[in-house]
Design a protein around this ligand. Structure first.
Ligand SMILES: C[S@@+](CC[C@H](N)C(=O)[O-])C[C@H]1O[C@@H](n2cnc3c(N)ncnc32)[C@H](O)[C@@H]1O
Length: 259
């Protein structure tokens, strides 16, 4: 079996084992990530590596970690969150007291908690409901714990850190009232049914990993998930090439409004 065949077979086996279809992720990038991990663990071929993964849960979890790239932080690309706060949320809340928010591919929770902190400036915490989803159980578990290092707070406004975190030793614990605004659920963007009737969908820094075909399908699904005039907020390298195709108008850079 050639190296290319070995990888293809590995992708199939991983799909069966985890439900994650790596063929919908950009191949060169994913292959490079997984090959370097495989080599580091001393396996010469993907079939050998897969066998070992079946025997050793530690190797399996390490692979899952490598496949799902969990880097996140509070107020990631702060200026975009300023636009969200000053322009998008006031528009969405016109004539309404509540909005339905979905943070998709939320990783370890920094993004949905940031949304809750911002929304708390407009509506009472008891009225805020954010659904936050990710593929990765480990990330969701950490999100639910809500304990962060100082590094993840470097872009957060000092007043929010002061108001919504308690520092214990080197770590910052998110306030229980912010935690209560967010419901975490497991969800695979490439396989599971999508939320309905959302006013705001935030999906950032994950589309870059998908193939063009997978992205198109995801945009179509997000468009269906949004209410009319709802907003889709993407990552700062993830502008949509032809938003019209999905029923979106550009509302601001990295924000799209559903027609
Ligand atoms: C780099 S993080 C982005 C976190 C956050 N949205 C942000 O911008 O800071 C990417 C996340 O996408 C998740 N992910 C990867 N593939 C996914 C899929 N098919 N469905 C749902 N989440 C996925 C990973 O588990 C990871 O937590």
């Amino acid at each position: 079996m050639t190296e290319a065949q070995g990888y293809k077979e590995f992708v199939k086996l991983i799909h069966k084992k985890t439900g994650i279809d790596l063929s919908l992720y950009k191949e060169a990038q994913m292959k490079r990530r997984l090959t370097s991990l495989r080599d580091r663990r001393g396996f010469e071929t993907f079939p050998r590596y897969f066998e070992a993964i079946g025997r050793e849960p530690k190797l399996f979890h390490e692979l899952l970690d490598r496949m799902t790239i969990n880097v996140s932080e509070f107020y990631r690309n702060r200026q975009r969150f300023d636009v969200l706060e000053n322009k998008v949320i006031p528009m969405l809340l016109q004539g309404k007291k509540k909005i339905r928010v979905w943070s998709a591919a939320c990783s370890t929770g920094e993004e949905p908690y940031t949304l809750a902190m911002i929304l708390s400036k407009f509506i009472p915490l008891s009225q805020i409901e954010i659904i936050a989803t990710d593929l990765d159980d480990n990330a969701l578990e950490r999100a639910q714990k809500g304990v962060y290092s100082e590094r993840s707070l470097k872009e957060a406004p000092a007043e929010s850190v002061h108001k919504f975190f308690k520092k214990e030793g080197a770590f910052y614990h998110i306030a229980p009232e912010i935690k209560q605004c967010v419901t975490f659920k497991k969800h695979n963007l490439l396989a599971d049914p999508y939320q309905k009737d959302c006013d705001l969908i935030v999906c950032r820094n994950v589309m870059i990993y998908f193939t063009e075909e997978a992205k198109e399908e995801i945009y179509r699904n997000f468009s269906k998930s949004l209410k009319k005039d709802g907003v889709f907020f993407v990552g700062s390298t993830e502008q949509i090439f032809s938003p019209n195709k999905y029923g979106f108008d550009v509302y601001d850079t990295f924000f799209y409004k559903k027609r």
